[in-house]
Design a protein around this ligand. Structure first.
Ligand code: HPA
Ligand code: ZN
Length: 339
């Protein structure tokens, strides 16, 4: 396929997104707009100056900027506007289902209450279903650089909103904060009926992926790139059909990979891994979901069949019911018949 047809094919393809931090969708323009109405002065003169800071050598470089950006979110309307802007983008990219992370501790630790955060996000997600036809699930992510006690407190705060939250996750600074640190709080979350995922093997070793599976009992791994260090682990992931939510542009920006030409996507597919493509923090990494599909398709010269498989995988790896998945698969097949 030439570049024009690949782009066209990807843009129209129905797909799901499974690894997306809502705070990571805060575009520079919206950051200035919300900061202005909240009378907050940013450390940057304008959008261009701010974007110049989006040069990262590793995950921590990015996290410092990402947490600073989130400081301008104060009111329920701010969280609504943030989520709504993402959902409009989702609709324009033919993403028909999305499972998004939010980081409550980023906000509660600076005095914004849990209910302000979740009410704003959830109201937008409901409007997304009603007005845009986009279905969604919400995943509450614990910050792994904070102690497990803080995650427990957050879980308590979330219990009144249990019916709005499908699962819990684990993100932030990976190295030195292994999944084992959160074994108890994940056990409690599972007991409360939450599904579980965890970021593992982005900068951390394969061992952290083992811990996420064995100790946190996750049913999906976020990133998971470093599983390739361990053949037994790869076999286990394939056998248990534990999906990996890969994020190519994120990996490139955070220097997890040097060049997308060496991205191990096809290698992982050949090993039988259920891999998906996602955007992670698109406002900071230079592209939403379609840009991730396109850049990886070009770098690896993916065929139409391989791209279609990635879209099927996105639904297969989702938390939709089997019946809902069947509906999504038939939308993909219908698209393939006509394109
Ligand atoms: N890794 C860890 N924590 C994060 C990320 C990520 O890619 N994005 C937002 N928080
Ligand atoms: Zn992430």
């Amino acid at each position: 396929m030439n570049k024009f047809f690949t782009k066209h094919f990807i843009e129209g393809l129905p797909k799901a997104e499974l690894h997306l931090h809502i705070e990571g969708t805060l575009e520079a323009a919206l950051m200035f707009k919300i900061a202005d109405r909240n009378n907050i002065k940013l450390n940057y003169l304008n959008i261009n100056e701010l974007k110049k800071a989006y040069n990262f050598n590793n995950l921590q470089d990015f996290l410092n900027i990402y947490y600073a950006g989130a400081n301008i979110l104060i009111t329920e309307q701010d969280f609504y506007d943030l989520t709504w802007a993402y959902l409009k983008k989702v609709q324009s990219q033919n993403i028909i289902h999305t499972e998004i992370f939010f980081d409550p501790q980023t906000h509660t630790d600076r005095g914004i209450t849990f209910d302000i955060v979740i009410n704003g996000i959830y109201r937008a997600l409901e409007d997304g279903v009603q007005k845009l036809g986009v279905t969604s699930k919400l995943i509450m992510s614990f910050l792994r650089h904070l102690p497990e006690s803080s995650a427990f407190k957050t879980l308590e705060e979330a219990l009144p909103y249990k019916k709005w939250i499908s699962g819990v996750g684990l993100d932030s600074s990976e190295v030195g904060n292994p999944p084992s640190k959160f074994e108890q709080v994940f056990a409690r979350a599972r007991k409360e009926g939450f599904l579980t995922v965890a970021h593992a093997g982005e900068e951390g070793p394969a061992e952290y992926i083992w811990e996420a599976i064995d100790l946190l009992k996750v049913n999906r791994i976020d990133h998971g790139n470093n599983c390739l260090e361990d053949d037994v682990l790869v076999e286990r992931l394939a056998e248990l059909k534990i999906p990996l939510t890969l994020c190519p542009l994120s990996n490139l920006k955070l220097k997890v990979v040097k060049d997308l030409k060496n991205y191990p996507l096809v290698k992982m597919m050949e090993k039988g891994l259920l891999v998906t493509i996602n955007s992670d923090d698109p406002a900071y990494f230079g592209g939403y979901l379609n840009e991730n599909y396109l850049r990886i398709a070009e770098a690896l010269n993916l065929s139409k069949t391989q791209i279609a498989q990635l879209a099927r995988n996105s639904f297969k790896a989702s938390w939709l019911s089997e019946k809902e998945k069947e509906k999504m698969f038939s939308r993909v097949e219908l698209y393939l018949k006509n394109n």
